[in-house]
Ligand binder design. Structure first.
Ligand code: UDP
Length: 308
């Protein structure tokens, strides 16, 4: 296969590039580098099946040659990033999805959208199933990401219905692993960076809000399984083992052997109180389930951060 991965210089995008190259495919990565980083791709540049195009996907996209799949993963993805880039976040979800769909249609390629558990907003049911419509504040600070992704899903399904295009929508739950940016503001990189520097771990609110963390290697396997499936509706990919944010801070502090304190800071606006994927669909339709145990995954991520 020859794949285009938008956001290929980002945390997930670069892991996807590496995964598909390792399986013998050709990969074109596209990124405007506002939150992606060239360093994430440094091991890929020597590979002749790898091409990088520095471009904003909201502009007209031209990729010479055939494409079998277009994976649209470009977007600021952490709450601090999309608060800093609210308009680019809306544009890449809306205009960028439109351009990427148009390109996939032209190339007769399968289109995959990176969607998110944020489409469920601050969910009123838990765990979240794909059939749940969500509880999103459209005008709050997170709305720029949540609504862009909801629009992107609607656009993807419209192309599927109107043009009979093959589509895949992956709803990605919190993912962690090597190559997260130290300063992207998310809980895992913040806590690890703070613990390793002997600084206080900043828990927002009381830390009773929950998340369910999936290792990036599990996510990538799930994305591959979805791409190769024939499922044309959204599929949750995440690890259902749920923990509180205070529990996560304590675990990271212990695993990194840190003597840091834990301090409490104000809870950001619209911060979801619970989040846990129902992965019955992925289990049955894709025969996928996560394998990496949280403590083992966190330990290896801490080692990556320690090495810099
Ligand atoms: N969080 C925290 N301290 C931090 C960073 C994040 O307590 O230094 C909390 C945040 O308020 C949220 C949870 O950790 O409840 C997960 O935040 P993250 O930004 O990782 O992802 P989200 O799931 O909110 O998109």
């Amino acid at each position: 296969m020859r794949l285009l991965i938008t956001g290929g210089a980002g945390f997930l995008g670069s892991h996807l590039c590496e995964f598909f190259l390792a399986r013998g495919h050709s990969v074109v990565a596209m990124d405007n580098l506002i939150t992606g980083r060239v360093e994430n791709m440094e091991r890929l540049f020597g590979e002749d099946r790898f091409t990088f195009i520095k471009q904003d996907v909201t502009q007209f996209i031209h990729v010479p040659g055939p494409l079998d799949a277009v994976l649209h993963f470009a977007s600021p993805a952490s709450p601090e990033d999309y608060a800093q880039f609210p308009i680019p976040t809306l544009k890449v979800g809306a205009l960028g999805t439109h351009k990427a769909l148009g390109l996939a249609k032209d190339k007769k390629a399968v289109f995959m959208l990176a969607s998110t558990s944020e489409v469920y907003g601050d969910p009123l049911i838990s765990p979240q199933r794909e059939s749940y419509w969500g509880n999103v504040n459209p005008i709050g600070p997170r709305g720029v990401y949540d609504e862009a992704k909801r629009f992107a899903e609607a656009m993807t399904m419209a192309y599927h219905r109107a043009h009979g295009m093959p589509v895949r929508i992956v709803r990605i739950f919190n993912t962690y692993g090597p190559r997260m940016r130290k300063n992207d503001g998310r809980a895992v990189p913040n806590f690890i960076t703070q613990a390793l520097a002997g600084k206080s771990l900043t828990v927002y609110g009381k830390g009773s809000q929950t998340r369910s963390l999936c290792h990036v290697s599990d996510l990538v396997r799930g994305i591959d399984a979805l791409l190769r499936s024939n499922v044309q509706t959204p599929v949750n990919i995440g690890n259902p083992s749920e923990l509180t944010i205070l529990g996560l801070a304590e675990t990271i502090k212990r695993l990194s052997g840190s003597r840091s304190r834990i301090v409490f800071k104000p809870l950001p606006v619209d911060d979801p109180k619970v989040r846990r994927p129902d992965i019955s669909l992925a289990r049955s339709a894709l025969r996928w389930r996560p394998r990496v145990d949280l403590e083992k995954g966190l330990l290896s991520t801490i080692e990556h951060f320690r090495r810099g």
